[in-house]
Design a protein around this ligand. Structure first.
Ligand SMILES: C[S@@+](CC[C@H](N)C(=O)[O-])C[C@H]1O[C@@H](n2cnc3c(N)ncnc32)[C@H](O)[C@@H]1O
Length: 392
């Protein structure tokens, strides 16, 4: 079969909504870094898209392309790779491509059906379902006793749900042979801390110890009372304290933060790295530190505008955080937390420990960026001992 004919066939099936899943693998040039691409259908804003998930050695990237416009991207990728496996409704297809782009196309009939609901990650969005009353959400005023999400609480409900989804995705990184130690720093009213306990201990029946820590004594006392009233046992505790002074642990497996203000996020990340936590999930907010440090005449065109400067500072702060985590031996990604339409605080820092040493290129890249901005990041200072050999 000719290459163009193959593209027509694949693109036609995708446009017709028949894609179930596909993988493109076998890069012709390893040096490009892109190892494989997974494809799946997603529905965005009511329109069918193909999601391309690009797997590089250390990062994943995603792009959603309308299903009837996927041909160009497919063509670009298939010229660079040797094989593709695809499941469409009714058939599985195995494709091999020679150097000269001669195509071997092998199709097997199946009775697989396309997913009938393609809303983006639908299953996971509903780890906590609307209509099901969860005692902690009722008690925290997010749900009514019959499980309806209260007016004005939908954003909170979405945040908790989405965070739980990230936690679910991270379970494979956590130990299975002992109590999983989890800290929620800056837990506040502790919606997330309760959700963690509910999902991991009650639903997944895992052996966990979850701690929420916050500066506010009264709020923490309320949380303790709620936990006691709900009969939650020793696996959930609430502590009053400052993240900056919290050094009591030796073994922590997962550190989470949700909107821990400004450098409180960095204090939490610093501790997580020092403890060697396997999983870090952190949704920052109010990134002020860099805004006050920014000194980059080269970026004057942007930074002369207060609005742009503020947004730039926030994005640069999270980029610096992710890069420092990479330098400290983590696979760090910045992912969309909640759709922009619901909150501007929409970046999740997700980091899994690898223990990998950074390359010289990466170290230089970080230093150049930091110096370009005139930045003196709190997190770098927090990690100074750990990064001494790396950044000197
Ligand atoms: C915006 S609230 C978020 C609360 C909660 N995580 C949530 O999402 O509902 C930020 C919380 O971080 C706490 N916080 C800020 N700095 C802190 C620090 N250094 N140590 C402990 N808690 C801190 C505040 O007291 C506040 O409760």
């Amino acid at each position: 079969m000719e290459f163009e004919e193959m593209l027509d066939k694949l693109a036609g099936r995708m446009a017709a909504g028949r894609l179930i899943k596909a993988t493109i693998s076998g890069p012709r040039r390893k040096s490009e870094g892109l190892q494989r691409i997974r494809l799946k259908p997603v529905e965005l804003h009511g329109e069918l898209h193909v999601q391309f998930e690009y797997q590089y050695e250390r990062i994943l990237k995603h792009e959603n392309i309308p299903a009837d416009q996927a041909r160009d991207e497919l063509g670009r990728l298939l010229r660079e790779f040797r094989q593709m496996q695809a499941s469409f409704t009714g058939e599985d297809i195995q494709i091999l491509m020679s150097k000269k782009l001669k195509v071997s196309w092998k199709a097997d009939q199946t009775n697989k059906e396309a997913a009938d609901d393609l809303s983006h990650n639908r299953k996971k969005q509903y780890l906590l379902e609307e209509g099901t009353p969860y005692p902690f959400l009722v008690r925290l005023g997010v749900q009514t006793p019959d499980g309806k999400v209260k007016k004005g609480k939908m954003d909170k409900f979405r945040q908790i749900n989405r965070f739980t989804e990230f936690i679910d995705d991270s379970l494979r990184h956590l130990p299975q042979d002992r109590t999983i130690r989890i800290l929620d720093f800056g837990s506040g009213k502790s919606y997330l801390t309760f959700a963690l306990y509910h999902y991991l201990k009650i639903e997944q029946k895992l052996d966990v110890l979850v701690t929420g820590l916050d500066l506010k004594k009264e709020v923490i006392e309320d949380c303790r009372q709620i936990a006691a009233d709900l009969g939650y046992g020793d696996s959930l505790e609430f502590l009053v304290g400052d993240i900056n002074d919290y050094n009591d642990e030796t073994q922590v497996d997962m550190v989470v933060t949700l909107h821990a203000c400004d450098v409180a996020t960095d204090a939490a990340l610093g501790r997580a790295v020092r403890w060697g936590a396997e999983v870090i999930l952190s949704v920052p907010c109010c990134q002020h530190e860099l805004f006050n440090q920014l000194d980059a005449p080269e970026l004057g065109v942007m930074l002369q505008h207060g609005l742009i400067k503020e947004r730039f500072a926030a994005l640069a702060t999270d980029s610096i955080r992710a890069e420092l985590l990479e330098l400290a031996g983590y696979d760090a990604q910045l992912l969309e937390f909640i759709d922009m339409a619901h909150t501007p605080k929409n970046i999740m820092i997700r980091a899994y420990r690898t223990g990998r040493k950074p390359g010289e290129d990466q170290i230089q890249r970080y230093k150049q960026f930091r110096d370009l901005l005139g930045a003196d990041p709190f997190l770098e200072r927090e990690l100074s001992g750990r990064l001494a050999n790396v950044l000197d």
